[in-house]
Ligand binder design. Structure first.
Ligand code: NI
Length: 135
């Protein structure tokens, strides 16, 4: 595999944090870590898309004591009842809840649901894992 050298600008703090993180992960080469990060970013942000059928897992942590959070989540989940296969709810602390939502449907709608959930006030963290459904 051929390689090229390029100069890229980073905010100092971000690069310091990235170096610390990749070192903890066992990377000895910054270039290697950056390549893996770029691949991960592209797979997360750009694949699969559109009309493709996917199954996915949306996991999110939210503070149920924030007014309106639980209601907004439930409304959104009911609006997507055709997409949602199953939901698991775990009470983590007095305030925080973990919700794991298993979805199946068009990739674009899965993405939209995840994006909408992420913008609800009180949602602290959200992850989306998707994989193609191949016949
Ligand atoms: Ni809870």
């Amino acid at each position: 595999m051929s390689t090229v050298r390029r100069s890229i600008s980073f905010p100092v703090d971000l690069l310091r944090e990235f170096d610390r993180f990749s070192e903890e992960k066992g990377y000895r080469s910054r270039s290697r870590a950056v390549c893996d990060a770029v691949r991960y970013f592209m797979s997360e942000a750009g694949w699969p898309g559109g009309d493709e059928e996917v199954v996915g897992v949306i996991s999110l942590v939210y503070d149920h004591t924030v007014p309106g959070t639980t209601r907004a989540m439930l409304d959104l989940e009911h609006d997507h009842e055709d997409l949602i296969v199953s939901t698991v709810h775990v009470h983590l602390t007095h305030e925080d809840c973990l919700e794991v939502i298993i979805v199946r449907g068009r990739a674009e709608r899965v993405r939209e649901l995840a994006d909408s959930l992420q913008t609800i006030r009180g949602v602290k963290e959200l992850r989306l894992m998707r994989t193609r459904v191949t016949p």
